[in-house]
Design a binder for this molecule. Structure first.
Ligand code: SF4
Ligand code: SF4
Length: 161
């Protein structure tokens, strides 16, 4: 089987890319608006100053969020552990790479979970092919997205059985 990157978040190895890169929309999941590309006002260094009170302050969306390991991979593999805190000129490229990497990690996570199903041989071969491809790439591609969606469509009946 392909060597896969870690598919769980390791925020200590990241640079709070989600807390900077993502848009927050005031509503059920977030208690305030924040535009993409702007550090959250609750961010202190790379840490959330209200991490233990996210539910209480109305930011359940932060608790639910999972980058599937894309954040730390970008910081460690693409930027050698550097941070936009030390060099703000890195920020646009870091956020761009994070946006490109995240769908690949989400796909790898879903493909890994699909491995628990009793897939017919042809679908298992396709699952492994897609995993290898996701692990090799640094950005999603239209062809990969198409093949991934086709794979999901094919396994829906099996996952509901
Ligand atoms: S992008 Fe991922 S690893 Fe980085 S801080 Fe956010 S959840 Fe943690
Ligand atoms: S509230 Fe905390 S976890 Fe949520 S975006 Fe802001 S800094 Fe990040």
């Amino acid at each position: 089987m392909t060597d896969l990157p870690t598919l769980t978040s390791d925020c200590a190895q990241c640079a709070a890319l989600c807390c900077v890169g993502l848009t927050l929309d005031k509503g059920d999941l977030f208690s305030f608006d924040k535009p993409a590309g702007t550090p959250c006002p609750n961010l202190s260094g790379h840490l959330c100053a209200c991490h233990s009170q996210l539910e209480e302050i109305g930011n359940r969306g932060c608790v639910l969020y999972d980058c599937a390991g894309a954040g730390q991979r970008v910081v460690q593999m693409r930027f050698n552990g550097e941070s936009w805190r030390d060099d703000p000129t890195l920020l646009p490229a870091m956020l761009r790479d994070f946006e490109q990497m995240k769908p690949l990690h989400e796909r790898m996570k879903q493909l890994t979970e699909a491995g628990a199903l009793a897939l017919p041989p042809a679908l298992e071969t396709e699952r492994q092919r897609l995993l290898r491809k996701c692990a090799r790439l640094w950005a999603d591609t239209p062809a990969l997205a198409r093949d991934f969606e086709a794979f999901l469509d094919a396994i829906v009946p099996l996952s509901e059985a």
